[in-house]
Write a protein that binds this ligand. Structure first.
Ligand code: ADP
Ligand code: MG
Length: 414
């Protein structure tokens, strides 16, 4: 029997709040880290998306955070995207008791974020860019922060936030607890650990990369001109689906074409406003929209239960992207189908990608009947983690929706 949350040392107000949500059995990463984190140790945790990292750091934070003075939060959670920050806040609030949780991220007005900082925020969940803005405006000071969580550190690195993360950590209390969570712990993330964690206990759970085998993967040879029709049929068969396109423009076009074919689809990309993205996600989570058509960056961290299929409308640029995209389905032991629409001239590229993931499926003709999933479409889904980047490119981490990153594969806006 794995330990209960109470046995791991969680206070009873947290244990009962979690129990009310039906959460009583710790997931592996929680069982591995909660006790150490409650004891004040630095923790470095590697675990795949969906493994329960939010509670792994959230329980110790809520249990041990001090009470904040105005503008001086006591704990800081850094997250790469505003949707992720929102989702962390929402999750923490379900068991936070009297702790005050605030957020700081860009793309929305300053008013309410400043207002709550002024009233006092015990735990601040923030994206680096907006937090630096608020600090430079004198609205937030990090000197009283003695607990820091860096969530999704690998994505933070992918998005070019490491320098900002370092600047922020440098402003927190020298005597502090630092917890870092990431799907991978190499490269820039290893440097963060080296420079900002003190004798961290390291817990690694699951495979380094998401397990591709959890989902059923098919690779269909589809003429360019037939892609939208096949895509529409596949969504109709599979239920709720995340469709990946390479560019923002491609997302808009495919979403429009799907709607014309009777599939309720919404585009999700960095060119849409924050309210538009929030609405698209909420509608998808509620089952009002059948398909989210997303770019890779916008879809980071999409975490909706019961996604029946992922469709690679445009082939993924590499196997890591393929795995990240595909990880939107077949989560937490559920089933899911991953469909790639392949052009004849992409087969060689595909084969080399498949080799890296240990997938061996042949490219076949489209067979939509294989996707039918009884009853899945009826289940109401819950948004757990929301996608989309606070910032869209690595070169200009502030309000950069008009910038274009260099390089062939990155030449289109995402
Ligand atoms: P990660 O950050 O690792 O991607 P999350 O923390 O977002 O994963 O957790 C994924 C989902 O699992 C969330 O909906 C969360 O509420 C749920 N969850 C986390 N821990 C447990 C648990 N011990 N029992 C049941 N559900 C859990
Ligand atoms: Mg998470």
């Amino acid at each position: 029997m794995p330990p209960t949350f109470a046995q791991l040392g969680a206070p009873s107000f947290i244990v009962s709040a979690l129990a009310e949500r039906g959460i009583s059995q710790p997931f592996a990463i929680q069982a591995a880290t909660v006790a150490d984190a409650l004891a004040g140790r630095d923790v470095c945790g590697r675990a795949p998306t969906g493994s329960g990292k939010t509670l792994a750091f959230g329980i110790p934070l809520v249990a041990r955070v001090g009470k904040a003075q105005p503008h001086k939060p006591r704990a800081l959670v850094l997250a790469p995207t505003r949707e992720l920050a929102d989702q962390i806040k929402t999750e923490l609030c379900t068991f936070a008791g009297k702790r005050r949780i605030g957020v700081a991220y860009g793309g929305v007005g300053y008013g309410s974020q400043i207002g709550s900082l002024r009233r006092g925020v015990d735990i601040l969940v923030a994206c680096p860019g907006r937090l630096e803005d608020l600090i430079s405006q004198g609205q937030a000071t990090l000197s009283a922060v003695d607990k820091v969580v860096i969530d999704e550190a690998d994505r933070m690195a992918d998005m070019g936030f490491i320098p900002a993360v370092r600047r922020l950590l440098d402003q927190t209390a020298a005597e502090r607890q630092t917890m870092l969570f990431s799907a991978t712990l190499d490269g820039d993330v290893a440097m963060l650990t080296r420079d900002y964690q003190r004798d961290p206990v390291r817990h690694e759970v699951g495979d380094e990369t998401p397990d591709a085998r959890a989902a059923h993967h098919v690779f269909w040879s589809v003429a360019r001109t037939d892609r939208t029709d096949i895509c529409a049929e596949a969504i109709d068969a599979a239920g709720s689906t995340v469709v990946f396109c390479r560019t923002r423009h491609g997302c808009d076009r495919v979403a429009k074409q799907l709607n014309r074919r009777g599939i309720r689809a919404a585009a999700l990309h960095g060119g849409r406003s924050q309210p538009q993205r929030t609405r698209a996600l909420a509608e998808f989570a509620a089952g009002e929209v059948q398909a989210l058509v997303a770019t890779d960056v916008a879809a980071r961290g999409i975490h909706v239960e019961g996604v029946g299929a992922v469709i690679h409308y445009d082939i993924a640029v590499d196997h890591k992207t393929y795995l990240h995209r595909s990880g939107r389905t077949a989560r937490a032991g559920q089933s899911g189908v991953v469909v790639s629409l392949i052009q004849p001239d992409q087969v060689t590229e595909l084969k080399s990608m498949q080799r890296k993931m240990g997938l061996e499926q042949r490219v076949t003709d489209a067979d939509v009947t294989a996707l039918r999933q009884p009853a899945r479409t009826q289940t109401r889904r819950r948004t757990l983690e929301r996608p989309a980047a606070e910032h869209q490119t690595r070169h200009r981490p502030r309000n950069n929706s008009r910038s274009r990153p260099k390089g062939r594969q990155r030449s289109a806006k995402r």
